[in-house]
Each structure stands twice: as structure tokens, then as C-alpha cells.
Design a protein around this ligand. Structure first.
Ligand SMILES: [Zn+2]
Length: 367
């Protein structure tokens, strides 16, 4: 757009915009071209398309997904590979690196063009040590310093965070949480996690474990969870709990089977997911009372069942939360679908770039 249009949209003065354009042009970050606007001569300002590539990697409990892009909104290639449950960290990281090398090659580039990498892990990541900070949530990754390990393999700066935090970041910059000050992203998949946006930023807490909604106690006397606690939300709505509840009546199913059958109207599968929605609503009510978010975004595989989960969730939320807090929160579906964490990983990677390059990458996330 033109400098006048940039000033209009940002609310900055034309002089400030002019100075910034000059500065960025000197740094080689912009392309300027003569144009006509409203019959007057103007200069079109656009981003210089450089060779900068970013990589986003999101590990799941059962797979790893990798995206390569020039920015969070400009993904040039993506790949996914299944991972065995309880896989070792080395195996997961090696597979991710192979997928990334393959994408880089297909894009006609080399790893030297990949300037930064964002990595998501489906477990708490200790902010101080950078290690996967849970004894039992992702056992094969316990104590692994992922950023150092990945840096050793890729020779590029690496940012590591919990996948739910990254998904929240992805939605904040490029999805349904854009412009929201206080929001929550909840990932419903094999496990359950949440990323909190407070005051327009991802909130990680003292050690980086904020948002572990899956391990919120729903029933002190409930079944023992993989984290060692009893009656965690995840024991009710995580894949293991859901599949166990159906094993007697339906035999062995995958999570995807349950989702498909529920959407096809299977009463048992629907019932189990409705109960999951009810339990989720109780936990979300606690979150709504504590944080008072404007928006709750549901993402991950299970969110695909839509109202089968959201209707009972909303009912529990209204029953258990402070009425004014429950009334003011809107529940939405992820715009980025299962890509939210990978997009967030690209946003985190962009933040590692030196200032000029990050302007290019970040600008690709301004709509
Ligand atoms: Zn737990």
C-alpha cells in the first residue's frame, strides 16, 4: 500500500511512516514503486521478498508436523509423519529433521536458507532450563534440552515451547484470536492442553507450565492419571479415557474412529463425547472464573465434532462459572484447525530473527 494508506491504517503520523519506510528501505527490507492514487502520484511500499526461510515443527503424541515458510502466513511446504506412542526424543527429532530437509530440498533451497526454527512439544517446557519439564507426561523426552539438540542438528537458532502455547500464539497473530487481549486456546487431542493469552501476550507462568488444563483435578478420588495425580480432566476427556469407555461396547477403536462414528450418529460414541464436553465445561468454568477471557478457542482433532462437545461444554460452563464471566465469553472454533501450533512455531521462529528480517516475516502475519 502507499505511505498515506499505511499512516491511515496504523494511526501513525505521515512523518513517522516516512521515516520508518526510509529506514527499512535502507536496510533492504522494502521495495518501492511509483504508482497513482486518486489521480496523484504516490509510492507503493511492499516487502522485499528475500531468501529468508523459517521452519515450524510441532510434535504431537502420535505424529510430527513440519512446515517451511517465508513467514507464518506464507507456508511453502508442509509434511507430517506418524510417531510411535512413547517414542524416544532422539527418534522424534531425527524424523523431524528428515522431513525438514526434504521440504527444503523440494523448495530448491539449502538448510543455510533456514534462518530460524520454532519447535513445539506436547508437554511443559521449563523456561529456565529449556528442558521438557515433566517426569511422566512425555516420558521419552524427559530432561531433553530440545533447543540445544535441534540446534546441533540444524545449525540454526531454535525456539522451543509447549504446543498449546504455540497454537495460542498462532491464533493470536494469524487466526481467531487476532486483536483479542484475553483469550484461551484449548487443544483437544490425545491429551488436553491450553495456551493462555493475557494482555495480548502468551502467558507462561513462573516455570512455563501455565495452561496445563488437562491436569486440573476434576475428582480427587477419580482414576489415576499419567501425571500421577488422580481425577485429572485428561483422564475423562483424553483419548485413553474415551477409548477405554468404549472398549467394552465397541471393541478397539482409534480416536479418529470415535470422531467419525460420532459424526455419523453412533449413540455410544456421541454419549462419550457429550460426557467429555460436560467435564471440559467444568474445567473451563474454573478457567473463566480465574482469567475472565473474551474468547475460548477449541482446536485439535476432537474439536472437529463441533456441537457434540461444545453444547454440553457450554451448559456446564453456564452452570459452574460466575454468570457474568460465562455470559461474556464466546466459544469459537480454531481458524487454523490442526495447523495452529505449526503456525505458532513459525511466529516463534520469526521472533528469533535479527530486526530487519523479523520485520519481513512478522509483516506477513499482518492482515
Ligand atoms: Zn494428570
Amino acid at each position: 500500500m502507499t505511505q498515506v494508506e499505511i499512516a491511515g491504517i496504523t494511526g501513525l503520523s505521515p512523518a513517522t511512516v516516512s521515516n520508518m519506510v526510509k529506514e527499512l528501505d535502507t536496510a533492504g527490507a522494502l521495495e518501492l514503486a511509483p504508482s497513482i492514487r486518486n489521480g496523484r502520484r504516490a509510492v507503493m511500499v511492499s516487502l522485499a521478498t528475500g531468501n529468508t526461510l523459517l521452519a515450524g515443527i510441532a510434535f504431537g503424541d502420535r505424529d510430527v508436523r513440519v512446515a517451511l515458510g517465508t513467514g507464518p502466513r506464507d507456508i511453502v511446504g508442509r509434511q507430517r509423519m506418524p510417531l510411535p506412542a512413547d517414542h524416544a526424543a532422539d527418534e522424534g527429532m531425527d524424523r523431524a529433521v528428515r522431513l525438514l530437509l526434504d521440504l527444503v530440498e523440494k523448495a530448491g533451497k539449502t538448510m543455510r536458507d533456514v534462518r530460524a526454527v520454532g519447535v513445539g512439544i506436547p508437554a511443559p517446557v521449563d523456561r529456565v532450563s529449556g528442558q521438557v519439564g515433566s517426569e511422566s507426561i512425555l516420558p521419552g523426552w524427559r530432561g531433553v534440552a530440545v533447543a540445544d539438540e535441534m540446534h546441533g542438528r540444524l545449525n540454526a537458532p531454535v525456539a522451543v515451547d509447549n504446543t498449546a502455547n504455540l497454537a495460542a500464539l498462532g491464533e493470536l497473530r494469524c487466526g481467531v484470536l487476532q486483536g483479542i487481549q484475553h483469550g484461551v486456546y484449548i487443544k483437544l487431542s490425545y491429551g488436553v492442553g491450553a495456551g493462555l493469552i493475557l494482555d495480548g501476550e502468551v502467558f507462561r507462568g513462573a516455570a512455563g507450565t501455565a495452561g496445563e488444563i488437562g491436569h486440573l483435578t476434576i475428582d480427587e478420588n477419580g482414576p489415576v492419571c499419567r501425571c500421577g495425580n488422580r481425577g485429572c480432566l485428561e483422564t475423562y476427556i483424553g483419548a485413553r479415557g474415551l477409548l477405554d469407555a468404549l472398549a467394552g461396547s465397541h471393541g478397539p477403536l482409534s480416536l479418529r474412529d470415535v470422531i467419525t462414528r460420532a459424526l455419523d450418529g453412533d449413540p455410544g460414541c456421541r454419549r462419550v463425547l457429550e460426557d467429555a464436553g460436560r467435564h471440559l465445561g467444568v474445567a473451563v468454568a474454573g478457567l473463566v472464573n480465574l482469567v475472565n477471557p473474551e474468547v475460548i478457542v477449541l482446536g485439535g482433532q476432537l474439536a472437529k465434532v463441533g456441537s457434540i462437545i461444545t453444547r454440553p461444554m457450554r451448559a456446564s460452563l453456564e452452570r459452574c462459572a460466575i454468570p457474568s464471566a460465562a455470559a461474556s465469553v464466546s466459544v469459537r472454533h480454531s481458524e487454523l484447525d490442526t495447523d495452529a501450533d505449526v503456525v505458532g512455531a513459525l511466529v516463534a521462529a520469526a521472533a528469533l530473527l535479527p530486526a530487519t528480517e523479523s520485520v519481513l516475516a512478522a509483516a506477513s502475519s499482518i492482515s
